[in-house]
Design a protein. Structure first.
Length: 480
């Protein structure tokens, strides 16, 4: 069934008139799209039970919001939020103060989100106001970004098997479940019960997901190299947040040296600081777009103490803001071969934190020769233009250099490898060119281009070089 057949003016109100057989066909069609399969029946039921023009539906991650956004035919607006419960608490308070007693707030949270501290801060407040109409839909797929440690993970596992006392009831919330989250009829029945409740309620749905996450291009190279380093250095340990498909080999060989934090980025960073204080060498894996939630911990608990912690990031929302962290080194490999070498270099640093941004590519780009900590990728005699690709922008820069050479413009292409702090050899190279073009980094204070354009940046050569930037404007990625 085509989605357009059930939509009503960009809203999913048309779902309410569908038969069970039509809903089953629609669910099957949705699973054929790139959506979170754990959320198909849950989202259909939410739109059938609640009025999205009056009630508020919140999703804690962009992935969980994928079915909802497809149903309303929207690519606009914010992605999901792991902070959904705090939004729900504030909205419920606002509706109560404004006399909107007929409006309900529904927040969908995953079992992975319950590993984060903000969820429990919000639950503490929601449970303390028994007259607020907040409905918390717990989408419990049972994965919780394995391996994740902690009592909450074990508590949810017990609830899946045994009914009885639970932490939500102890916090003052009504509790319904656990219920099969793929049984549309059962889901609707439980949501109707929750809708009639006059107090905050948690509806617990079990949604096992057989789908496998796509393997990221850099994962195997990172895993292999880290496992080799771990065999050589017994003090190397890993703290994981978010998906951990990049640590299969390391986890299998050194299970006692992997600590899963789920979606608790702030805790993960400070826990890694504690590991470093205890004489270990922690490596923290975290999605780049989520590291901002732990920025204070990176600065205060790691950098200001000069602790040797390496952060391995999946994504690009970091290369301009992180250089502003004191004593932090930021490396951006252009390919998997450089990922291996830079991982070793980063872990070898003992004077402070390092960050490694993983390349989303399978292509390797060889160097002509090394220049300090940089790699020279192309060197035309007498070149006055210097192209500095950050990470995977290298192939595009080499193609541009070929095009310029055909027009009589000689170009040097160099990979900085370490974006921050800029290598002295890179500053010297920049001083020998009239124009420096940086690609692949957001335009912000703290970026490599800003460093090169600074009056005191060039240590040898002509001062006042022109530094241009070809890259994305500052902004966050969708995350989940």
């Amino acid at each position: 069934m085509a989605l357009s057949e059930v939509l009503d003016e960009r809203h999913a109100t048309g779902l309410r008139g569908l038969s069970r057989s039509a809903l089953r066909r629609l669910a099957a069609d949705l699973r054929g799209e790139r959506v979170d399969s754990t959320m198909v029946e849950l989202t259909l039921a939410l739109h059938r039970v609640f009025d999205s023009s009056r009630d508020v539906l919140l999703f804690d991650t962009a992935e969980q919001a994928s079915v909802h956004r497809m149903l309303i035919d929207s690519r606009d607006g914010l992605p999901g939020h792991s902070t959904a419960l705090s939004y729900a608490d504030g909205l419920a308070k606002a509706f109560a103060l404004r006399g909107h007693r007929d409006r309900r707030v529904v927040a969908v949270v995953s079992d992975a989100s319950l590993t984060g501290g903000m969820c429990w801060e919000a639950l503490n407040n929601i449970g303390g106001a028994p007259d607020r109409r907040v409905i918390i839909v717990l989408n419990d797929s049972g994965t919780s970004y394995d391996p994740t440690d902690g009592g909450i993970v074990h508590h949810l596992a017990r609830l899946r098997r045994l009914r009885g006392r639970n932490v939500f009831a102890q916090l003052g919330l009504a509790y319904i479940g656990p219920v099969d989250g793929h049984d549309l009829g059962a889901v609707e029945h439980c949501l109707e019960r929750a809708k009639r409740s006059c107090r905050p309620v948690v509806v617990h749905f079990k949604t096992p997901d057989g789908a496998e996450r796509p393997v990221r291009p850099w994962a195997s190279a990172f895993d292999e190299e880290l496992t080799e380093i771990g065999a050589e250095r017994r003090e190397v340990v890993c703290v994981t947040t978010g998906p951990v498909d990049s640590l299969t080999r390391f986890t299998h060989r050194f299970p006692a040296r992997v600590f899963g934090a789920g979606m608790a980025e702030q805790h993960a960073v400070t826990s890694a600081a504690g590991l470093a204080l205890g004489g270990l060498r922690p490596v923290v894996t975290v999605p780049a777009s989520l590291l901002g939630r732990a920025f204070d911990q990176v600065v205060t608990d790691v950098a200001q103490r000069g602790l040797a912690v390496t952060f391995v990031l999946d994504g690009a929302a970091d290369t301009a803001i992180l250089p502003m962290v004191p004593s932090l080194g930021l490396a951006v490999p252009r390919d998997r071969a450089r990922l291996r070498s830079l991982l070793r270099e980063a872990i070898a640093v003992s004077s402070g934190p390092t960050v490694l941004r993983c390349p989303d590519t399978t292509a390797d780009v060889p160097a002509v020769r090394s220049l300090g900590r940089c790699d020279l990728l192309r060197s035309d005699l007498g070149a006055r233009v210097l192209l500095l690709p950050i990470g995977t922008a290298a192939p595009a820069c080499l193609a541009a250099a070929d095009d310029l050479a055909g027009r009589g413009v000689r170009v040097t292409v160099a990979d900085p490898r370490w974006v921050s702090p800029p290598d002295p050899a890179l500053l010297t190279l920049a001083g020998a060119h009239d124009l420096v073009v940086v690609t692949g980094q957001p335009v912000e204070a703290g970026s490599l281009a800003a460093s090169l354009a600074h009056p005191n940046a060039v240590v040898t050569g002509a001062a006042g070089i022109t530094a241009a930037v070809l890259g994305s404007l500052a902004g966050g990625d969708d995350h989940g």
